[in-house]
Write a protein of this length. Structure first.
Length: 163
């Protein structure tokens, strides 16, 4: 008879006072652990992991996703979670480009941005939701415009090709 393992308990209630400092610390380790002397440029484990092809960016994305999971567990609105996901997606897409992506990663600190979003959400949920909603709406409009532009360009090219 097969034995079954006990199911792990899900964390359903997080204490924001305990979770927020942990999220801030994780974001700082990932994005701002080391400051280059004589400059205001800082980097963290995210930039170092990005130097490992394939695996590094995947690990960085998984760690960054943890911040989004904590925000979800703390009850962050969907628009805020989508904005955090967008930050994480931009970080992952930028990280794909060898060397140039790693340099750009020094300026775009998705984990710090997401920790700040979580902090703003816990301080003033309505303001954070409103601001994030506009960012998501703007993003959807940009995606729609790119899709419409691509369709129009395709139509124009096909009409020139067959005329």
């Amino acid at each position: 008879m097969p034995t079954t393992l006990p199911r792990p308990e899900l964390i359903t209630d997080l204490d924001p006072k305990a979770a927020l400092p942990a999220v801030r610390a994780l974001a700082n380790i990932m994005d701002r652990a080391v400051t280059i002397p004589g400059t205001r440029v800082s980097f963290g484990l995210d930039a170092l992991l990005g130097l490992i092809p394939g695996v590094g960016d995947t690990v960085s994305s998984l760690v960054g996703s943890y911040i989004i999971l904590v925000a979800h567990r703390l009850g962050a609105p969907t628009s805020v979670l989508m904005r955090m996901g967008l930050n994480q997606l931009i970080d992952a897409l930028v990280g794909i480009v060898p060397f140039a992506g790693d340099l750009l990663d020094l300026g775009f600190k998705a984990n710090v941005k997401n920790a700040r979003l979580l902090e703003q959400t816990l301080e003033d949920p309505h303001r954070a939701r409103r601001g994030s909603t506009w960012v998501v709406v703007g993003l959807l409009l940009v995606v729609f415009a790119i899709g419409a532009g691509t369709a129009l360009l395709g139509y124009w090219l096909l009409s020139k090709l067959f005329s």
